[in-house]
Design a binder for this molecule. Sequence first.
Ligand code: 6PG
Length: 472
Amino acid sequence: MANNLFDFGMIGLGVMGRNLLLNMADHGFRAIGFDKDVQKGAALESSATPNTVVKGVSTLAEMIKLLEPPRKLMMLVPAGKPVDDVINDLLPLLENGDIVIDGGNSHYTDTLRRLNFLKDKGIHFMGVGISGGEQGARTGPSIMPGGDPAAYEQVKPILEAVAAKVNGSPCVAHLGKLAAGHYVKMVHNGIEYAIMQLISETYDLLHRGLGLNNDELHKVYKNWNEDELQSFLIEITADIFLQQDDKTDNRLVDMILDKAGSKGTGKWTSQDAMDLPVSVPVIDMAVAMRDLSTYKEERIQAAALYKTAKTHIDVPQEVFIQQLEDALYFATIICYAQGLAMLQKASSELNMDIPLPEVVRVWRGGCIIRSSLLETFYTAFKTNPTLPNLLLDNNIAQLLHAKRQHMRNIIMHAAQTGYAISGLMASLGYFDAYRSEHLPTNLIQAQRDYFGAHTYQRVDMPGTFHTEWKSN
Ligand code: 6PG
């Protein structure tokens, strides 16, 4: 470029910001980054690929001056107040038509608020979900942009260049209006929580139930990753069992305390699902189990009170492992079905116009929940973009039919031996409820009307009814 101005600016040069910016530079974009910490600017420049244009600066004003108008910039800072702080610092420096992207995991309602605030000032604000962790940012993440389509067109070449590619197609697309990008990323994370919960349950059954050691566990997950369950999360699970602890002679996984952390995106998914409302019980359960895991001291007391006599699963290893693979496959489909049904509902309820086929296409590569299953889901949504629930697709129905008996067997064995498989159980529970023409909810309606005159509808005529129930 003749004027030597930069194509893209990054605010926040933590490892994600730095890696994404270096990725842009590798694709020929002139990249500039700002961080208050001068060291981070220096680290950015020293890790750049030779012959790429990368500059680190220590003031926002300098970065803004060096960006080609209309400026394209992204912030990768912690969600919440830091995002508002950056916006306030930027405001006096920006000009009409500049594009500001929040690439972090912000709550979509914050994104909506910021979007409207900046719109009044002539600035395009876009909430963009980015998945794939540090490595993904450097080599190709999955990118979930939402907001003004015209602003997206301006950043599209950069985002397409840096995104992961599947069959040559970039894992990025405009995923809807308003705060759709952050909404889609939130649900992505809800699904991530749910699948991680399911995998941890299979680990418990294999490890404590069957008695497999870490080398054997590695083999099981490695085999699963080469089969129908092929996915990023299964792949890293296989790796984890081989990692040696550098402080003891044990494997690291055995030295990690069983209390799960979280930054809130799973909880947001559950909260927002209930607001819509739409049912995502595997995600709810995954959040609940992370929370329960933190009550370690109480769990220790309860474990002493409620000892189980039999903890070994008496099923031939090979048979059990095969059944468990099928159960995990079944339950994983249910997780995606719940998350995608939520997006479909939110798309219309929150006026975001989220294109489901594109969401699924974008999730095929680069993101934490990438999996070979996404290809099947892509076919389903391409055939019917308004499909309300994956479970209504004929191909998916066949897949679930083929696995459901093994799913039931696993739940039976686990229930008999007392393993906590709440995620697997919630998957089957949801499946059985969703496929029920008749639910016992008529009784709930009767109870509500009995004690609270909440009224009910009848099966044989339209209208709303109340009865003076007799106590006997
Ligand atoms: C991703 C991840 C990423 C982050 C999670 C972790 O898609 O790259 O989802 O965004 O690792 O938010 O979330 P928890 O700390 O809540 O598990």
